[in-house]
Ligand binder design. Structure first.
Ligand code: HEC
Length: 327
């Protein structure tokens, strides 16, 4: 910048008038107010529209009918662990494990669960050790087993009882043998089935308790049963739960719906092992957030008050600069 320009600028700023309005309301003119009102109205309309769209989507999702799907939507069950502050029922998880072990483990694996995960969730360490020891782990077959017991000096893999860190062994060594034993249908791994299916807990509960006679016109192949909650209706798994099938440790009567509910709660836990912990951390985080907000907000209000209610205007001199070098 030239010397002349700089001196002109300095004379401008030295003579500029600084006007401070401390009340924004008094200085507001009609246009500003109208623009604000328009902004607020647009935001309100957008909010209402978004809310309406979300409601329609939710209603469609809950509806029992859905184009392109050939299964019935399972009913919404009032699970006790659904609330923001409610935990899983750990005695139900224990009973659910019993159902899995007695019934489902004949065909389904839970290969992402290890025995040590059960400790302090539904069993003591001793109990989990005993449960693990009941399984014979065949390392030759179970390629996903994480503990390599062998090869020994002759290059052979050996079988040994499971230990706490081992994962729960699968009933079949691979998918082909599982299909061969189940008329070509594949019993999926159940570890994450609740998260993998839409509305998983209601779906699995519905599936286990919803077997019916096939409607007229539906032909079932050998080994198939009819279940309206399964896509297509024909399922390669027969009805597995019958009243009194499991002898519960805690003496709970083993009705079909009780067993289905317990095994679903167990599977909710296998799919979300940090379920309770996550809620606790969230709750603590929200509490700390509110405390911080309550502390920071008054300070923020105090600091920002002047800035928010101040308008600074620079009013230039009306007369042009009289200095010779500015002409
Ligand atoms: C005798 C073997 C057998 C037993 C025992 C068994 N299932 Fe199945 N299950 C199957 C087969 C086979 C399929 C696959 C069906 C198909 O694809 O047509 C299946 C499918 C399923 C599905 C549906 C998966 C999907 O793709 O949506 C779930 C959920 C399920 N089983 C849960 C269980 C539970 C829980 C138990 C224990 C209470 C159990 N099953 C016991 C053989 C079995």
């Amino acid at each position: 910048m030239s010397r002349a320009g700089a001196s002109c600028l300095s004379s401008f700023s030295s003579t500029a008038k600084r006007v401070i309005f401390t009340s924004s309301g008094a200085s507001e003119d009609g246009t500003v107010r109208a623009r604000r009102w328009l902004g607020r109205a647009t935001k309100t309309c957008l909010g209402i529209l978004t809310g309406a769209a979300a409601t329609v989507l939710y209603a469609l999702d809950r509806s029992a009918l859905e184009a392109g799907h050939t299964s019935v939507h399972p009913p919404d069950h009032p699970w006790t662990f659904r609330g923001a502050l409610s935990s899983l029922d750990h005695s139900a998880i224990r009973r659910g494990w019993q159902v899995y072990k007695t019934v489902c483990s004949a065909c389904h694996s839970v290969k992402y669960v290890s025995f040590k995960d059960l400790v302090d969730v539904c069993f003591t360490e001793e109990e989990a050790r005993d449960i693990a020891a009941e399984y014979e782990q065949e390392f030759e077959k179970l390629k996903h087993a994480q503990v390599e017991d062998g090869p020994d000096e002759n290059g052979e893999y050996s079988t040994r009882p499971c230990k706490l860190p081992d994962r729960v062994p699968s009933p079949y060594p691979n998918e082909e043998s599982a299909r061969a034993a189940n008329n070509g249908a594949y019993p999926v791994d159940l570890s994450y089935v609740i998260n993998a299916r839409p509305r998983g807990r209601d779906y699995v509960f519905g599936l286990l308790t919803g077997y019916t006679e096939p409607p007229a016109g539906v032909e079932l192949r050998d080994g198939q049963a009819f279940n309206p909650y399964f896509e297509g209706g024909s399922i390669g798994m027969a009805e597995m739960l019958q009243d009194g099938l499991v002898d519960y440790d805690d003496g709970t009567p083993a009705y079909k719906s009780q067993m289905a509910k317990d095994v679903v709660e167990f599977l909710v836990w296998t799919s979300n092992q940090d379920w309770d912990c996550r809620k606790l951390v969230c709750f603590k985080g929200i509490c700390i957030g509110f405390l911080l907000l309550a502390t920071i907000y008054p300070i923020f209000r105090q600091r920002m008050n002047l800035h928010r209610n101040t308008r600074i205007c620079f009013v230039p001199r009306k007369k042009p600069c009289e200095r010779k070098e500015c002409q």
